[in-house]
Design a protein around this ligand. Structure first.
Ligand code: ASP
Length: 601
């Protein structure tokens, strides 16, 4: 028998028992008279003791087994040869420790070892497997199986399992059926590029890996399954950004015979259930905000509502004083930062640099210091009197002691800059508390947006999303004004899920394809399967998908860092450095697939 117990379960109640444990040597300490080894497995640590017979004859009485001095000596000697991460099996007697460790569950006991077997030796790991490891990111990724032995990373994955279990419990309780959909498919448009798989038997033809099971889940509704879900891998060949994974997991859901309200309630329930189950956190009902308000008040469509510092538009207030920058601006907006009126020149310069970074793209930053004594001083005093500035402060709902930060220019860029500035100030002032969760539904997203480069209209969510009847007339006049029946769930400024009520009518679906510039030939070629399905009794339906990796990261650590919650993630360049892939394939394979690769120059 390789073990009678795990390394996480023995307590004083077990004192006197003979037990066998197997695991990894985590730490060892040679104290001359005895050797202590912390044996580790998934469940915890247990301290093993090996007595030096030459120095510890007193302890001998505790052994059960009859052992000669030579045997004891050899046992003791072999304990000293065990390196870090050796896999061993030890049998011995559970005894109460004199030196207890209240921090671990097995801290009251130790095992007096009577026999030891090395199950497998280990090379010295390339980094320490402590919580605070000395290994850099790349090294830990290359040896991910070692990194996964570290408590912090291991716990993340075990907690991920708990989240998945809670979600399955909830959805099962609501009558959702888990149905698998294929991975080798034709493109499903979610706005990214497809990963493609060449077909050997149909040379020159390719499958696409699903960016989501969107069309399949809709077809399952046409088929009558009514409530579907899947915790499923999705693949998107996007430009790489920090913490983007080319493959990631979604909790993908769809319901028939529903309106938006039904979907929101169902999945608000799911989030509440999972947070309660995994973290024992209870949420009140989630507030809701329209997309338009989110942009107006927070400058972006995924507001972090843990703190205020809202945006206020002051475009009309600032004009007409001869300051060209503001006179010409499409938009001027302000946030007031509490208690920052005494910021130094260096600090305000820093903030100016911050908004001018290319990722943010503002042209500059104007500030007004609203001192405790009520006086107002700004970076544009040349153009504005204290009375003028007072009007700004009123519009910004500022109080004495606040620092007003003003950004102007085109509306979208200025709002984005103010949003970033708000989040940055929120961080600096400690307003983004990790112990606080503030979920929010964002509703009424636009249906279409114009691609900046091509000028073409593209679907904001995806082209299967329905629109508000009352906005239909905008198709001809102002497509950007059409509001979709689309919603996002945001927590603490992180988008956790997106969904929509779908189109279920062929004519409407064709109208949408037309709006995004597809020709009849194109949509027939790409989407006739779903258009046909809509002619065979497609019920009204809608759904949602949650980024499951992100869900776990937020739920468990309240951080947006998905890589820590994926067993074998890719690095920022999309590589798996452990397997060393993507990799070339051999000539033979290429030939079989009918693919010609040009030799690199
Ligand atoms: N398929 C969508 C996505 O991946 C989610 C949905 O509309 O259900 O974002």
């Amino acid at each position: 028998m390789l073990r009678t117990h795990t390394c996480g379960e023995l307590t004083v109640q077990d004192a006197g028992k003979e037990v066998t444990l197997s695991g990894w040597v985590f730490r060892s300490r040679d104290q001359g008279g005895m050797v202590f080894i912390d044996l580790r497995d998934r469940y915890g640590f247990t301290q093993l003791v090996f007595l030096n017979p030459a120095k510890n004859m007193a302890g001998k009485g505790a052994y059960r087994k009859q052992m000669s001095d030579a045997e004891l000596q050899s046992l003791y000697d072999s304990s000293k040869t065990l390196g870090r991460e050796y896999v061993i099996k030890a049998t011995g007697i559970v005894q109460e420790r004199s030196n207890k460790n209240p921090n671990i569950t097995t801290g009251d006991i130790e095992i007096l070892v009577e026999s030891l077997e090395v199950l497998n030796a280990s090379k010295t790991p390339p980094f320490t497997l402590e919580d605070e490891t000395d290994g850099g990111d790349e090294l830990r990724m290359k040896y991910r199986y070692l990194d996964l032995r570290r408590d912090a990373v291991k716990d993340n994955l075990l907690n991920r399992h708990k989240v998945a279990k809670a979600i399955r419990e909830y959805l099962d309780g609501q009558g959702f059926a888990d149905i698998e959909t294929p991975f080798l498919i034709k493109s499903t448009p979610e706005g990214a590029r497809d990963f493609v798989v060449p077909s050997r038997v149909n040379q020159g033809e390719f499958y696409a890996l699903p960016q989501s099971p969107q069309t399949f889940k809709q077809l399952l509704m046409v088929a009558g399954f009514d409530r579907y879900y899947q915790i499923v891998r999705c693949f998107r060949d996007e430009d790489l950004r920090a913490d983007r994974q080319p493959e990631f997991t979604q909790i993908d859901c769809e319901m028939a015979f529903v309106e938006q309200e039904d979907v929101l309630n169902m999945f608000e329930g799911m989030v509440k259930y999972a947070f309660k189950k995994v973290r024992n956190i209870e949420f009140p009902n989630f507030p809701r905000m329209t997309y338009a308000d989110a942009l107006r008040l927070y400058g972006n469509d995924k507001p972090d509502i843990r703190f205020g510092m809202l945006l206020h538009e002051i475009t009309s207030v600032v004009k007409g004083k001869g300051f060209k920058v503001l006179d010409d601006a499409e938009y001027a907006g302000v946030i007031s930062v509490p208690g920052a009126s005494e910021y130094t020149r260096k600090q305000t310069d820093d903030l100016t640099e911050f908004v001018k970074r290319p990722q943010i793209g503002a042209k500059g930053l104007i500030y007004v210091k609203y001192s405790e004594d009520g006086s107002l001083k700004s970076s544009v005093d040349k153009f504005y009197t204290p009375d003028d500035l007072k009007k700004w402060a009123e519009a910004a709902e500022a109080k004495p002691g606040d620092l007003l930060l003003v950004v102007s220019g085109d509306k979208a860029t200025s709002r984005r800059a103010l949003s970033e500035l708000r989040l940055e100030m929120g961080n600096r002032l400690g307003l983004r508390d990790k112990n606080v969760y503030k979920p929010l539904w964002v509703l009424d997203f636009p249906l279409l947006e114009q691609d900046k480069e091509t000028g073409r209209w593209v679907a904001c969510h995806h082209p299967f999303t329905s629109w508000k009847k009352e906005d239909e007339h905008y198709f001809e006049t102002a497509p950007g004004e059409i509001r979709a029946n689309a919603y996002d769930l945001v927590i603490n400024g992180v988008e956790l899920s997106s969904g929509s009520v779908r189109i279920h009518d062929r004519g409407k679906q064709e109208k949408m394809f037309q709006a995004i510039g597809l020709s009849k030939e194109e949509w027939e070629k790409k989407f006739s399967f779903i258009l046909n399905a809509f002619e065979y009794g497609a019920p009204p339906h809608g759904g949602i998908a949650f980024g499951f990796d992100r869900f776990c990261s937020i739920c468990i650590s309240n951080e947006d860092y998905i890589r820590d919650f994926i067993a074998f993630p890719k690095n920022n360049a999309g590589r798996d450095t452990m397997m060393d892939t993507p990799a070339t394939i051999n000539e033979e394979q290429l030939k079989e697939l009918g693919i010609q690769v040009n030799a690199p120059e």
